[in-house]
Design a protein around this ligand. Structure first.
Ligand code: 2IO
Length: 411
């Protein structure tokens, strides 16, 4: 039984949030945390309502939670005609022909990064592969120099920490702001140069695109590039690691995906439902609102607990079971506005990178699965997850048949 003084900020919750999801939904569906004066909603219908009703629950909280490190207003903060026009510009940069080209960059980077590990038969999927992969692909997609990926990783660490921390000391806050300013100083001259001499890359496209007479300023583009960098990097290694963890833990489903790679989108969608890499989505209540008989006062910060909503038995049958064949997920819809799971949020501000995320994880998994023959946890490996806001495996050390041995064996 969970104590009524239970806190989402406690070490117990951080160790295994999913153990508390049922209790939260049933006994504290509007969970107030006095230390941060915020409300946590965990029921599927309440979370869905908050994200859908963008006038009653605004994204104004991003002014303090994101804008300082984004160095400008992000898309998710905008509303009305400005939001519609700029969202179209961004969507165009991550779908259709642009996405086709991005898939080529995804495949090339994955092939290059996995190569040195194949003869060894061991790789940490999160730290050896996922993290450097996500940064390098994103830099390439943006037309930025991949050679600087370690530097960019360091700057992004500060930006990510600022956005995903529930509380920050003054010292950490200064550190994050410092990294964000350095990233801005690196980006602004590049953006100004592309504005003068546009190329075929995404930054040039963002600088020159226009909808209904609305275009992006350099400050908009800077914030958007930092937003794209952190949003494409922070959850990517987590989604990939979680997909492999669930498949390794469910060998019969892994065998099915190996036999029939067209099941991969279902496996990815179920991974996102079961363990969404982005666990919290913040909003601000515009007026008093009542959920499950509890008042959320006007002006309050509300956190949607995506992981708990995605495991609500009112939304999914046997929600605590990982099942790529579940009929109530609707794989085809899972990466669109009609998604049943809430891993990409929902409503007006639903993730603009959902199609990119799907293409990225699907391409990489389809490439890795045949290379990682007999994939399993390395001996002595202990699985551990970290993070409250974004959450995923701290590492995922995998053993597989070394590639030279396999070739010799077959020859
Ligand atoms: C600053 C948490 C990394 C996003 C926000 C507007 C970021 C926005 C998200 C995800 C992942 C981040 N929110 N992506 O939850 O762009």
């Amino acid at each position: 039984m969970v104590d009524s003084r239970f806190s989402i900020l406690s070490e117990e919750f951080a160790a295994a949030p999913d153990r508390y999801f049922a209790w939260l939904r049933e006994h504290s569906p509007v969970h107030y945390e006095p230390a941060i004066d915020s409300y946590f909603l965990s029921r599927y219908r309440d979370v869905k309502q908050v994200l859908t009703d963008h006038e009653a629950f605004t994204t104004e909280t991003l002014q303090v939670r994101a804008e300082p490190v984004m160095r400008g207003p992000v898309l998710a903060q905008m509303t009305g005609a400005e939001h519609t026009a700029k969202r179209k510009i961004v969507v165009r940069g991550f779908t259709g022909q642009a996405l086709q080209n991005q898939v080529r960059a995804i495949r090339a980077n994955a092939t290059e990064l996995v190569a040195p590990f194949l003869p060894r038969g061991r790789m940490d999927l999160v730290n050896d592969f996922g993290k450097p992969f996500a940064v390098r692909v994103t830099l390439e997609v943006l037309g930025l120099d991949k050679k600087g990926w370690r530097q960019v990783t360091d700057w992004l660490g500060g930006v990510g920490e600022f956005i995903t921390s529930i509380t920050l000391t003054d010292e950490r806050r200064r550190h994050c702001m410092d990294r964000a300013r350095q990233l801005e100083t690196y980006l602004v001259p590049i953006i100004e140069q592309r504005r003068r001499h546009p190329g075929k890359d995404l930054i040039s496209a963002l600088c020159t695109a226009e909808f209904d007479g609305i275009a992006m300023s350099t400050r908009d583009v800077t914030a958007l590039i930092i937003n794209v960098l952190v949003a494409a990097v922070e959850p990517a290694d987590k989604a990939l690691g979680l997909l492999f963890k669930h498949l390794i833990d469910h060998p019969e489903q892994l065998a099915q995906v190996r036999r029939d790679p067209t099941l991969l989108p279902a496996a990815i969608a179920e991974t996102l439902r079961f363990t969404p890499p982005v666990q919290l989505v913040p909003r601000q209540a515009e007026q008093d609102a009542v959920f499950a008989g509890t008042v959320v006062p006007a002006g309050a910060t509300v956190f949607c607990v995506i992981g708990a909503a995605n495991r609500d038995p009112e939304a999914f049958t046997a929600p605590d079971t990982f099942d790529i064949h579940r009929p109530d997920l609707g794989t085809a819809r899972s990466f669109t506005a009609a998604a049943q799971h809430l891993a990409f949020g929902t409503g007006l501000h639903q993730c603009v990178g959902a199609a990119f995320a799907r293409a990225e994880i699907e391409t990489v998994a389809a490439l890795l699965l045949p290379l990682l023959d007999r994939v399993r946890y390395s001996p002595g490996f202990r699985y551990r997850e970290t993070g409250l806001y974004t959450r995923g495996p701290a590492s995922l050390s995998l053993d597989f048949t070394p590639v030279h041995e396999r070739v010799a064996g077959h020859g």
